[in-house]
Design a binder for this molecule. Structure first.
Ligand code: PLP
Length: 380
């Protein structure tokens, strides 16, 4: 590894702990609606960029939040007793196997800080959630990106990468994966976990699990102490603005993670809202049904426009802009859509410059996207 001093920095004389931090590009979030309105002067914006739930969240959440409003001067319960109890029942685990996070990003960060040092390696797949490589750089560790196979994680090659890099501390696997939407089978994941040393932590990031319940690999933590499952309330539960996530693991791992996390990393409102959201599984079912229906509709429309896409198991779909017209690129389409008030996610930062990611929205929002896209593609 390079020493911090060896990299040119305009921060001088302030030097970050690891030279690799200078290579970090800040995480690009989906453009907020307010920003588009401000910058482009468009109103009536449709945001299909951050895999949020377009129906919102369970009505139970509003009530739970209201109940907390008189208590805002008080710190939250640092142990998240009620939420953990509810999560333990829901996932059939013990309370001491749970770690709460300020969104699942917080848990990914806590995992890296707990287990990965500068002489270690993090293994992940090409086209996997971009935060994994950022965490490796943040820790000054080696990031081992394993080439994907037809956009999906190549678990055999990832197992080989762990073998080739005995300093591997964490393997991050996103299932279903963002941004490709690809899904790994339980059988393949089980074989993968069995193939790596028990000293390597396998982190299964199930941020989109509610859209593909069959991809729930919760059982792996009964069999393997080195498996951690990370989940979030930001996607199907519709609480992205509140920041709540959780990790399920062995007691030993949870005990470590709970030492590292900030004592009050989930707010009072976040704790109450997440417990209320979890109690309304009918809402999750409605969310899944709407997503399935709209996903099928979206696939048909993309086919009709002659655009290629990757079959997705989550609430977004990756579409290829390979239009045989001069000057039409994913970047130009993204920009033209922004000008007309539609926000998608460009994927150049993932090494996918010809692709855009569409979050499946409400029927009317999806229709607006497809109509706008059609008019851009057929413009003279
Ligand atoms: C695969 C994956 N993991 C984790 C996250 C982080 O979500 P949050 O921090 O909102 O829980 C995201 C968000 O886009 C994601 O796509």
């Amino acid at each position: 590894m390079q020493s911090p001093q060896s990299t040119e920095s305009n921060l001088s004389p302030l030097v970050p702990a690891y030279a690799s931090i200078l290579e970090l590009a800040p995480y690009q979030t989906g453009k907020p609606v307010e920003e588009l309105t401000r910058e482009y002067g468009v109103s009536d914006v449709v945001k299909l960029a951050s895999n949020e739930n377009p129906i919102g969240c369970s009505p139970n959440v509003t009530l739970a939040i209201t109940e907390q409003l008189g208590q805002l001067a008080r710190y939250p319960d640092g142990n998240g007793y009620y939420l953990k109890q509810a999560l333990a029942d829901f996932n059939d685990v013990n309370v001491d196997q749970i770690t709460l996070g300020n969104g699942s990003d917080d848990l990914l960060d806590i995992l890296a800080r707990s287990f990965v040092g500068a002489s270690d390696a993090i293994v992940y797949s090409q086209y996997a959630f971009v935060v994994y490589s950022m965490l490796a750089k943040m820790q000054g560790a080696m990031d081992v990106e394993v080439p994907a196979q037809r956009f999906a994680h190549d678990l055999k090659a990832m197992s080989q990468a762990v073998q080739d890099n005995p300093n591997t501390k964490i393997v991050f696997i996103s299932n279903p994966n963002n941004p490709t939407g690809t899904l790994l089978s339980h059988k393949d994941l089980h074989a993968f976990v069995a193939s790596v040393p028990s000293s390597v932590l396998v982190v299964l990031d199930e941020a989109y699990i509610e859209y593909s319940p069959e991809s729930n690999n919760r059982v792996l933590i009964d069999e393997f102490d080195n498996v951690v499952i990370v989940r979030t309330f930001s996607k199907a539960y519709g609480l992205a603005g509140l920041r709540v996530g959780y990790a399920l693991s062995s007691v030993a791992v949870a005990e470590l993670l709970n030492r590292i996390r900030q004592p009050f990393n989930v707010s009072r409102i976040g704790l109450a809202a997440a417990a209320a959201a979890l109690s309304d599984q009918d809402f999750i079912e409605r969310t899944r049904l709407m997503n399935d229906e709209q996903m099928r509709w979206m696939e048909k429309q993309l086919d009709a426009l002659g655009l290629g896409f990757i079959k997705s198991h989550a609430n977004f779909i990756m579409v290829e802009i390979k239009v045989e017209m001069e000057d039409i690129t994913a970047a130009s389409i993204h920009e033209a859509l922004l000008e007309q008030g539609v926000i998608l996610r460009p994927l150049a930062a993932y090494g996918l410059p010809n692709w855009l990611r569409i979050t499946v929205g409400l029927a009317e929002d999806n229709l607006r996207l497809i109509d706008t896209l059609r008019s851009i593609l057929t413009e003279d």
